[in-house]
Design a protein around this ligand. Structure first.
Ligand code: TXA
Ligand code: MG
Length: 313
């Protein structure tokens, strides 16, 4: 693809960023989970450019970002469960997979031809302002080259995508630090653990949430492919090692959270994986301390398991 001059924008450049989106450009923007790589979800050429910039090998469906529940209801059918979840958790780190509505206007590249669409209303203030100003639904995967670690700072976006996108809107580090939790309805089920803890969802629906965990590659069912991968190898549930990413009392060169706080650990996860990668010598393994499987620990362990998965070449 053509090499672009990637603009570094700040909150004061909101109008410029929204104009770029309206004109079919690619704009990376902060959300409370990770930075997304946004394009007008109705513009097939712009959406195709997302796949090209990321080097995303297959056309996995993208999440559509909206400014309001009202806007979301122009795109998809909300049953009672979906409406209750949206009312309880939007804006926030929850994506809902719902049946498309006639006349939705989205590019079929966004949904990869499925008859459902993943929709999210982010809480981050600048993201909300951008979505309101642009006035269009915005398709956005995480703003990183395919298979690499998701960005939680604007500098991460630039290190992976500079020259391949029009702009990055910088509003500091992401507060949550792992991608949104993805839930499908009819019946309600968990597709991906993420920034909204399963316990919160279960409290809202009043029963356990069945899991229907699909790896990020729907065309390779059951195969855990490498994802969120640093260059160095990653080993999980380690208590000691030359290169150690700690948690709680198990310390290391870096510690996800000295106090064992899973929110702090999630917010630190991707940036610290990058830092550990920079510390690693050739052939060295990043050992990661055990992380409990409660709250955000589910999402943290999911991302770490993918980072540790065998590499396909
Ligand atoms: O926090 C997040 O969710 C971030 C920020 C930028 O919003 N976005 C993100 O997008 O993580 P991405 O492309 O990395 O992940 C999208 C996931 C994929 O695993 C895809 O399979 C799933 O959403 N997905 C999208 N549409 C779907 C659909 N109709 N049915 C099932 N899964 C879907
Ligand atoms: Mg991603």
């Amino acid at each position: 693809m053509a090499s672009l001059q990637t603009l570094s924008l700040g909150p004061a450049d909101l109008a410029k960023a929204s104009k770029l989106l309206q004109d079919g450009g690619l704009v990376a923007f902060p959300t409370e989970t990770v930075y997304g790589l946004g394009a007008d979800a109705r513009n097939g050429t712009a959406v195709a450019a997302i796949y090209a910039a990321k080097g995303r090998p297959s056309f996995n469906p993208l999440i559509v970002h909206v400014a309001s529940l009202e806007q979301a209801e122009t795109l998809a059918h909300f049953d009672d469960d979906a409406r209750a979840l949206a009312q309880a958790f939007w804006p926030g780190p929850l994506s809902l997979v719902l049946p498309l509505k006639d006349g939705h206007g989205l590019s079929s590249l966004v949904t990869a031809g499925l008859d459902t669409v993943a929709i999210r209303m982010p809480a981050q203030k600048l993201a909300r302002d951008l979505l309101l100003a642009a006035g269009c639904p915005v398709a956005a995967p995480s703003a990183n080259p395919s298979g690499q670690i998701s960005p939680t700072k604007a500098a991460h976006v630039l290190s992976g995508l500079s020259g391949r996108i029009d702009a990055v809107l910088d509003d500091g580090p992401c507060e949550v630090g792992v991608e949104s939790t993805i839930v499908a309805t009819n019946p309600v089920r968990l597709l991906r653990p993420g920034g909204l803890p399963v316990e919160a969802l279960e409290a809202a629906i009043g029963h356990p949430l069945p899991q229907d965990l699909n790896p990020d590659t729907p065309n390779a069912p059951g195969q855990l492919t490498s994802h969120y991968a640093p260059n160095a190898r990653v080993a999980l549930n380690q208590r000691e090692g030359a290169l150690m990413l700690g948690f709680g009392a198990i310390d290391g060169q870096l510690n996800l959270s000295q106090s064992g706080d899973l929110h702090e650990a999630a917010a630190n996860l991707f940036a610290m994986l990058r830092q550990m990668d920079a510390l690693a010598d050739d052939g060295q393994t990043i050992n990661v301390a055990p992380i409990p499987m409660t709250g955000l620990g589910l999402a943290i362990n999911d991302r770490l398991t993918r980072a540790a998965a065998p590499r396909s070449g």
